[in-house]
Ligand binder design. Structure first.
Ligand SMILES: NC(=O)C1=CN([C@@H]2O[C@H](COP(=O)(O)OP(=O)(O)OC[C@H]3O[C@@H](n4cnc5c(N)ncnc54)[C@H](OP(=O)(O)O)[C@@H]3O)[C@@H](O)[C@H]2O)[C@@H](O)CC1
Ligand SMILES: Nc1ncnc2c1ncn2[C@@H]1O[C@H](COP(=O)(O)OP(=O)(O)OP(=O)(O)O)[C@@H](O)[C@H]1O
Ligand SMILES: [Mg+2]
Length: 347
């Protein structure tokens, strides 16, 4: 809330500053012609700058050293639940990104039809063909199959540091996309402080309409995000866009590290896999530092979101500088290693 208040004050001061300064008459005329939208955009950028976080410091603090005494699994065991007949790329992007950032093991729980495809993309991933789609299941078998699937996933759950639910689940009512499901059943995450929602612009709009019964407010975006996170009950929300905005209901942070102008599908999936790893690392860092961490933010969930967002954006920028218009998601994944190495060298 405090950050939100600061934001408002800055916003108001920025506005009066512009209006009081000696802007040439022609410029003032143009600003009036576009209904003040230039003014609003400026205010928005001013506000975001004040919330911008030093993501490099966060990444350096939470990335663990490559210590020869550690064993497999200690740098992260991540699972992605996603992937159906239509979407096999999304879970692959999320799971492989987790490995490329530095996790030791990365699992995918997907439908039986998607599994051979995902396995064929990479032998690095551990793929479990356990989910079922409606077209494969008769109405009378749905409940017994649902219990079987849940038991199958459940026996693995305690081994994982972080679960990524949703990439490529689609909208089959028997499977249901993570965010689509959560938006319509908020009690699933309400009050669960370890949950992170990573909505894109469409998914965010649906969440705002459902939870706040209003439209997305671009002018007061940080304040609205803060209210949304608070209202859902302390989950962290990473709202993706030109700047990524992160709130746990107490504070709002912005990551605007330069990314890429290419909007190829799959970048949100890279983000989710990356955030999963950094969350696990941030939790280890905060536990080990025992409140002696020199980071001003002590919420590992928020720290993980900051790091994941910044690394993805930097990788996207590196890939774009090389491939320009032909940049695709695989190119960005190939740059994840260098993106992290430039900030926190392995040795
Ligand atoms: N290579 C891959 O495998 C990738 C797979 N991906 C996977 O794709 C899924 C959708 O993700 P996305 O990001 O396209 O969804 P989003 O921006 O909300 O909607 C955009 C527009 O599409 C429409 N729409 C969406 N789903 C629909 C459906 N099942 N059936 C019909 N309409 C649907 C939607 O319509 P509306 O919301 O208005 O109903 C809007 O107009 C998700 O599971 C993601 O993980 C991506 O991660 C990219 C890489
Ligand atoms: N307008 C933008 N300018 C710069 N970067 C952006 C912009 N929009 C999104 N991004 C970056 O791309 C990342 C993914 O956001 P995007 O909105 O593409 O997610 P998504 O639709 O869920 O992706 P996916 O196709 O994987 O489902 C964000 O974290 C952000 O860093
Ligand atoms: Mg997405």
């Amino acid at each position: 809330m405090r950050d939100g208040m600061n934001y408002r004050i800055l916003l108001d001061s920025a506005k009066s500053c512009i209006l009081a300064s000696s802007v040439p008459r022609r410029q003032q005329f143009l600003i009036r012609c576009v209904g003040g939208s230039i003014d609003h955009r400026h205010r928005d950028m001013q506000a975001l700058r004040s919330l911008e976080v030093d993501s490099q410091t966060v990444i350096r603090a939470i990335t663990p050293a490559l210590d020869p005494t550690r064993h497999k699994g200690q740098a992260g065991n991540i699972a992605v639940i996603g992937g159906c007949r239509e979407y096999t790329g999304a879970p692959y992007f999320a799971a492989i990104s987790a490995l490329k950032i530095g996790a030791d093991l990365s699992h995918v729980f997907c439908t039986k039809d998607a599994a051979p495809v995902i396995k064929s993309y990479s032998p690095e991933l551990i793929v479990h063909p356990v989910l079922e789609e409606s077209y494969n299941v008769g109405e009378e078998h749905k409940s017994s199959i649902a219990s079987k699937v849940l038991a199958e996933v459940d026996k693995w759950l305690e081994r994982f540091d972080c679960l990524v639910v949703g990439p490529g689940l689609g909208r089959d009512p028997f499977l249901l996309d993570g965010l689509f499901l959560v938006t319509n059943n908020l009690e699933l995450v309400s009050g669960y402080a370890l949950a992170v929602l990573t909505p894109n612009v469409n998914e965010y709009k649906r969440l705002v309409q459902k939870v706040l019964s209003s439209e997305v407010n671009d002018i007061d975006a940080p304040q609205q995000l803060l209210s949304l996170a608070k209202q859902i009950g302390g989950v962290t929300i990473l709202s993706k866009g030109n700047s990524d905005l992160i709130s746990d209901g107490d504070t709002v942070k912005s990551v605007s590290v330069y990314g890429s102008p290419r909007r190829c599908g799959g970048q949100g999936d890279i983000l989710s896999g990356s955030v999963a790893v950094f969350l696990s690392w941030a939790r280890q860092h905060i536990l080990a530092a025992d409140s002696n961490s020199n980071l001003s933010c002590k919420n590992p969930i928020v720290l993980g979101c900051i790091a994941g967002s910044a690394i993805l954006r930097k990788a996207a920028s590196l890939a774009f500088s090389n491939k320009k218009r032909s940049t695709v998601t695989g190119d960005i994944i190939e740059c994840l290693g260098r993106s992290l190495e430039d900030i926190s060298p392995a040795c």
